[in-house]
Design a protein around this ligand. Structure first.
Ligand code: MN3
Length: 210
């Protein structure tokens, strides 16, 4: 079964001025589509045709590098689109479990924001910044190079990602050029905390007890 490029949950211009329409369109129709097509080529005729993307990534050390690069690219961008919204931004509400977990594990929203922004800003070259849940149901921040992600059995810190930020230059260069820090700041204006808290609840069966 082939993987399918997901539609964006909003229009290409919906995140302006934080992320411009041309960047969004190229990113989705060229980059994400390319990863999807190349993933399908890489899994054709193999056992992976019958596996979920999560299971493929959790065992990615067994497979060719094209699966790691393109499977990561396919999965990561789907997460990234869904954790942004034109109605997003600000802080998660006090009623959301993700807010309670951020306060518990980072001390405050501002402390979380500073650590996440630093992970995104200091990723050398191309990659991603992540907010994840570990096996003990604790939140942690990490970054990965290229299209790696925390589900893969090749990264130093495995976990379930609940928030993704793409810091490849293709994600911001048309509008921000070398100003990655401004792009990171403005990402916080479009984070869809409703989706992030749903992912946190799904990853953490004890979340309702917070
Ligand atoms: Mn990208």
């Amino acid at each position: 079964m082939a993987f399918k490029l997901p539609d964006l949950p909003y229009a290409y211009d919906a995140l302006e001025p934080n992320i411009d329409a041309r960047t969004m369109e190229i990113h989705h129709t060229k980059h994400h589509a390319g990863y999807t097509n190349n993933l399908n080529k890489a899994i054709e005729g193999t056992e992976m045709e019958n596996m979920s993307i999560e299971d493929i990534l959790a065992n990615v050390s067994k497979y060719p590098i094209a699966v790691r690069n393109n499977g990561g690219g396919f999965y990561n961008h789907g997460l990234f689109w869904d954790n942004m919204s034109p109605d997003g931004g600000g802080e998660p509400s006090d009623r959301m479990n993700i807010k309670k977990a951020i306060d518990r594990d980072f001390g405050s929203f501002d402390a979380f924001k500073a650590e996440f922004s630093k992970a995104a800003a200091t990723r050398f070259g191309s990659g991603w910044a992540w907010l994840c849940v570990d096996k003990a149901d604790k939140l942690f921040i990490c970054s990965t190079p290229n299209q790696d992600n925390p589900l893969m059995d090749v990264v130093p810190e495995e976990g379930t990602p609940v928030l993704a930020l793409d810091v490849w230059e293709h994600a911001y260069y048309l509008n921000y050029q070398n100003r990655r820090g401004d792009y990171i700041d403005n990402f916080f204006n479009v984070i869809n905390w409703k989706v992030v808290t749903e992912r946190y609840n799904d990853a953490n069966p004890g979340a309702s007890d917070l």
